[in-house]
Design a protein around this ligand. Structure first.
Ligand SMILES: Nc1nc2c(ncn2[C@@H]2O[C@H](COP(=O)(O)OP(=O)(O)OP(=O)(O)O)[C@@H](O)[C@H]2O)c(=O)[nH]1
Ligand SMILES: [Mg+2]
Length: 486
């Protein structure tokens, strides 16, 4: 490492969440982690040599006048575990634990020291300040994980999975991201990489021998190999429709005429009175959103202003917002009343959603008001659920239908090598386009150099996903999503 190497800097941050807690951890990573840690922490029994991966008890002491490299204001704190403030010499101490993870067997691949203190935000901030006064630098967002990536401990897919795992909103999402973190997706991508590399070798061999009298790899076998890789990429791309919602959640818009019970349904789905419900039409004038778990998927439910010929300015704006919400929905609940047949506007919403390949469920609400069993309009090929938001009938069925509509029949939490991330999707799309080009070239017997070029481009796009090929901007964009301390 040279002097300009950012890894030469020792970084420090609070690794536990902000706020008060039983334990708060300050983490140091870098060549001076041990030296700085030892100056802040006094071992109960000073070890001859600090053993890594072993917890030591002791006292953390931070003081405004901690001398450079020197002796020991800790002695001034005669009540360990207490916070003591002396005039002219404020000293803060806490009983704590010290653990060293020695490079390269640590999260970042560098020497890492963790000081496990009590979870006082002020105390932890003081420990960080003390470490900084001793030469550490406050860590940037995601910098510990970025170092893990730079040191080859994890690839970029795994690094991103750390942020996704921390932010997961449902247990199914958690299991998808933990699979990514454990390397499940990386392994599949590396299989693909191997296939493409061997394909490239075959194609390049035929370039080398093309002007000689040696039989190159038969075109059919190259075509077949490209097709196999292409199918594999297509399958991964196809998983994005479901995978995306684990990461970003799905938007479910509840729409329909005024007073049909949209807000009542939202409240029933959420299990609490989130939106105002009233007997007169026009109660909801704006969009109202809330998040819940439906079948393992984080779903953002959007209640809307009833669709109608708007007269006033507020109504017009409300209806306009409903239209916008419908345009960005992953799925729509079109709510109608059991006592009234569907009107043309309701049919139009269903037909528009179906035409735009958006998922829609027809909800026939207020079934408690009709004596005989109602049936779905036979001409509309959409899933239909009969509910009473007032009584609670049909709500579980509705949740099941929404769940399977969003994941499209794939059982939630199954294939865990899903593509969940727009960046991965875009890069894979480009892999598939280059493979398509290579395929076309091979079929048309173009010169193998061109096929080789396409395969190289496909490999470069693939490398962007795992981080074999990357730029500072990509890294900045990824790690700035993290919190400090991760
Ligand atoms: N009988 C019966 N009444 C219902 C049902 N669902 C809702 N209601 C009643 O219908 C009225 C309107 O309900 P809301 O949930 O406010 O309807 P909305 O579609 O949100 O109405 P707007 O916001 O005005 O467009 C209220 O008096 C509800 O109690 C139901 O399933 N059965
Ligand atoms: Mg309403």
């Amino acid at each position: 490492m040279n002097a300009a190497d950012p890894f030469e800097e020792t970084i420090v941050a609070v690794a536990t969440p902000p706020g008060e807690g039983g334990i708060g951890i300050v983490r140091l990573s870098g060549p001076r982690a041990v030296a700085i840690g030892k100056r802040i922490f006094a071992f109960t029994e000073e070890p001859k040599r600090i053993e890594p991966y072993r917890l030591y008890t002791g006292v953390v002491t931070v003081s405004d006048d901690l001398p450079e490299g020197g002796q020991d204001p800790r002695k001034k704190a005669d009540v360990p575990g207490a916070v003591k403030t002396e005039r002219n010499d404020p000293t803060i101490t806490d009983r704590a634990l010290f653990v060293l993870m020695r490079a390269p067997r640590s999260y970042t691949g560098q020497d890492v020291v963790e000081l496990h203190c009590h979870g006082s935000p002020l105390l932890l901030a003081s420990v960080v300040t003390a470490a900084v006064s001793m030469g550490a630098r406050p860590a940037k967002r995601g910098e510990f994980t970025q170092r893990a990536f730079m040191n080859g401990k994890i690839d970029l897919v795994q690094a991103e999975a750390v942020a996704d795992l921390i932010a997961a909103k449902t247990t199914d999402g958690l299991s998808v991201f933990s699979c990514h973190l454990m390397g499940g997706l990386s392994e599949r991508l590396s299989d693909l990489r191997e296939r493409l590399v061997s394909l490239l070798a075959d194609v390049e061999a035929s370039v080398d021998f093309s002007d000689q009298d040696i039989d190159p790899q038969p075109v059919e076998s190259i075509v077949g190999d490209i097709e196999a890789s292409f199918a594999f990429v297509k399958e991964l791309l196809g998983s994005y429709r479901v995978g995306r919602v684990y990461r970003e959640g799905a938007r479910l818009v509840i729409a329909g005429r005024p007073n049909v019970g949209k807000s009542s349904l939202m409240n029933r789905l959420l299990g609490r009175p989130r939106a105002i419900v009233a007997p007169e039409p026009g109660t909801t004038t704006d969009t109202i959103e809330d998040v819940m778990d439906i079948g393992g998927i984080p779903v953002r439910i959007v209640d809307t202003c009833g669709l109608r010929e708007a007269v006033g300015a507020v109504e017009r704006e409300g209806v306009q917002r409903t239209r916008q919400a419908l345009d960005t929905a992953d799925a729509t609940l079109l709510v109608a009343e059991a006592t009234i047949g569907l009107d043309h506007q309701e049919r139009a919403v269903i037909e528009a959603a179906a035409a735009a390949d958006r998922r829609v469920v027809l909800v026939i609400n207020k079934v408690d008001l009709v004596a005989s069993e109602t049936s779905a309009p036979p001409d509309l090929a959409v899933p239909t659920v009969f509910t009473s938001a007032l009584v609670g009938t049909g709500i579980d069925t509705l949740k099941d239908v929404i769940g399977s509509l969003i994941v499209g029949g794939a059982s939630s939490g199954s294939g865990q090598d899903l593509i969940t991330n727009a960046r991965h999707y875009a890069a894979l799309l480009s892999v598939s386009q280059f493979l398509e080009q290579a395929h076309e070239g091979a079929i048309k017997h173009v010169s193998p150099e061109f096929i080789a070029l396409d395969i190289r481009e496909a490999l470069a796009s693939l490398g962007e996903i795992t981080g074999d090929v990357t730029t500072d901007e990509i890294l900045e964009a990824i790690f700035s999503r993290f919190c400090v301390g991760k």
